[in-house]
Design a protein around this ligand. Structure first.
Ligand SMILES: Cc1ncc(COP(=O)(O)O)c(C=O)c1O
Length: 442
């Protein structure tokens, strides 16, 4: 932690309103970083901290990848900006092509946004407009899932399954229902996809009996719940959802903002888990976190549904000033090259068994009530302190930070998602530090 009074720029920080941050605490003491390289941040007071969060689930290839930095520098000096409304630039077209190259077979077209939240809202709009374009105007409802996080736009928030995040902002989209979280006590301490739990996928059929399937535009889920606490789907769960959606003409949207770019050892979770959606969102790892960018990738069938009517008519009345920004495209293309050249997905797959073994080795440690690990993601859930939900999680995260490891405390759950270039020693360091922190803070 840095006492802001000692910072040269401390007074400036008083104007900064930070996202998802208790501001009055932050103004007293903030975690402040000045640089990053590889697996490490350097704090403003010169301490090295192992980044076990990949920034915020985004720096999948590690910090300061030279090729990405250089590509951004070069692009900034050549073409600072060009609109994507009725025009474009070569890197945008190349970026879309390269992305389709690594996307699941059948995905055909990419719409660029600037964040995951914009990608989600875009995906929801595309889903509704797809049905409209086909003359199926009754399909306006969405189905999300408990604990789903889909960003902070009104659309994403509406389909989100985290009530606390919606509380202050209603009314949201009214036409939303939610599936249950496909997880229960029988699946505790799991590595990879848990067995059982297909009833949670069949819950969609029950929901559709209530909703009238002909009114549902899309089901949106994270293939693996991320921010809500790392909940992998049970074996076969996604296949059943896919089958039910197909049966009822409902689009299936995977929000792959976290699960893309190697987090599960493949370009997307769709490939790792063997189910292809109709629409998928991406962001974060797309540019290795270096420039804001998101995208919506749609199947050939979805895209083709829009390609009707007069040729001079805009098919999708939607877009952002900075869609396909030249700097973001440069960063994205370089990221894809880095992933291919350095075998980032392969690195993730190679370290995954050790990752999961080290995570599960915390079973039995005092206060640890559940561990969920999949790909290079993991959640260690702690029993809350009596009358102080979240306090133990915050104290453990703080202790880890003081001992040189940055993890995310989300309530009483410690969530870890390191850059995929992590070494075996660094995996051990993370879990050793976490174990000591859990035992020391009590
Ligand atoms: C699954 C998912 N969707 C959407 C978002 C929102 O992305 P952003 O914060 O870039 O708007 C996030 C962010 O964590 C996410 O995890």
């Amino acid at each position: 932690m840095t006492d802001l009074a000692h910072l040269e720029s401390g007074r400036d920080s008083m104007a900064f309103w930070a996202p998802f941050t208790p501001m009055r605490q932050f103004k007293q003491q903030a975690m402040m970083f000045s640089s990053a390289q590889g697996m490490y941040y350097t704090t403003t007071n010169g301490r090295q901290v192992l980044d076990a969060m990949a920034g915020l689930w985004c720096v999948n290839a590690g910090h300061g990848q030279a090729k990405i930095t250089e590509a951004i520098r070069e692009a900034a000096g050549r073409l600072d900006f060009v609109s994507s409304f009725k025009m474009s630039h070569p890197a945008a077209l190349r970026m879309a092509e390269r992305l389709i190259d690594v996307a699941p077979a059948g995905m055909e077209q990419v719409f660029f946004t600037n964040s995951g939240s914009e990608a989600v809202d875009t995906a929801l709009k595309i889903a509704r407009a797809y049905h409209q374009a086909r003359g199926d105007c009754r399909r306006t409802r969405f189905i999300g899932r408990a604990k789903g996080y889909h960003g902070m736009g009104f659309g994403g928030l509406s389909v989100s399954g985290i009530g606390r995040q919606k509380r202050d902002f209603g009314p949201l989209l009214g036409e939303v229902a939610h599936l249950p979280l496909p997880y229960d006590a029988s699946m505790r301490f799991s590595a990879g996809q848990p067995e059982g739990g297909l009833q949670y996928a069949h819950a969609l059929t029950q929901l559709l009996e209530i909703q009238d399937p002909g009114t549902v535009a899309a089901v949106i889920i994270e293939p693996v719940t991320g921010s809500g606490g790392v909940y992998p789907p049970p074996v076969g769960y996604l296949h059943v959802l896919r089958e039910i959606c197909d049966r009822h003409g409902i689009l299936l949207i995977f929000d792959e903002v976290i699960t893309g770019f190697g987090r599960l050892g493949s370009s997307f979770a769709a490939q790792a888990l063997g189910v292809t959606p109709d629409i998928m969102t991406t962001a974060k790892g797309l540019t290795n976190g270096a420039v804001p960018m998101g995208g919506v990738i749609v199947s050939a069938a979805v895209y083709q549904a829009f390609m009707r009517g007069p040729e001079n008519a805009i098919e999708l009345m939607h877009g952002y000033t900075y869609s396909a920004h030249p700097l973001a495209c440069a960063a994205g293309l370089a990221t894809l090259e880095v992933h291919a050249e350095q075998g980032i997905n392969e690195q993730a797959r190679a370290i995954e068994p050790l990752w999961q073994a080290c995570a599960l080795a915390l079973q039995g440690v005092q206060w640890v009530v559940d561990i969920r690990a999949i790909g290079l993601l993991c959640a260690v859930e702690l029993a809350p302190r009596e009358g102080a939900v979240g306090a133990r999680g915050a104290a453990v995260a703080q202790s880890c930070f003081e001992h040189g490891v940055l993890v995310r405390g989300s309530g009483d759950t410690i969530v870890i998602s390191p850059p995929l270039v992590i070494t075996r020693d660094q995996v051990a360091q993370i879990f050793d530090t976490l174990r000591s922190a859990i035992l020391s803070v009590a």
